[in-house]
Design a protein around this ligand. Sequence first.
Ligand SMILES: Nc1nc2c([nH]c(=O)n2[C@H]2C[C@H](O)[C@@H](COP(=O)(O)OP(=O)(O)OP(=O)(O)O)O2)c(=O)[nH]1
Length: 139
Amino acid sequence: MPSPVRPHTLLVTAAILIKQDGTILLAQRPEGKTFAGLWEFPGGKVEVPESPEAALVRELHEELGITVRPDALEPFTFVSEECATFHLLMVLYLVREWENEPVGREGQNLAWVPTNKLGEYPMPKADAPLVPHIQTLLG
Ligand SMILES: Nc1nc2c([nH]c(=O)n2[C@H]2C[C@H](O)[C@@H](COP(=O)(O)OP(=O)(O)OP(=O)(O)O)O2)c(=O)[nH]1
């Protein structure tokens, strides 16, 4: 009997960087990556044997050149969404403190966006429920 096909769950970790003026950092996915051109919360896949927090600290340094202390990651929410070839589980942390000014180290465009303008930036489908959630909780 064939074994049932089990969906592969991909664990992704991402940050909602929020400045004192209330704007949030979005990064545009570069050419060559899936969802190129769409805006996302910076982060990426959790590699074995990393924790989600260690992976996020690493990704934020690689992608943006910033240093974040693991205890500055505030668990915020998550997304669980069926995608084309995998099931995405994306955990999101709120980050209010970091060292260095974020820059797109992989050539990606960055934008500091007021929460009421998040809907103007096309994002991957999985991110859609995050926008009203952020607007309600972070104003
Ligand atoms: N970082 C991030 N990824 C997202 C968001 N929304 C969303 O669907 N994703 C998806 C896109 C990808 O399938 C996956 C993240 O993988 P990635 O390709 O960015 O991860 P990575 O940086 O480790 O990738 P790579 O080294 O393999 O290029 O999660 C989001 O807001 N932020």
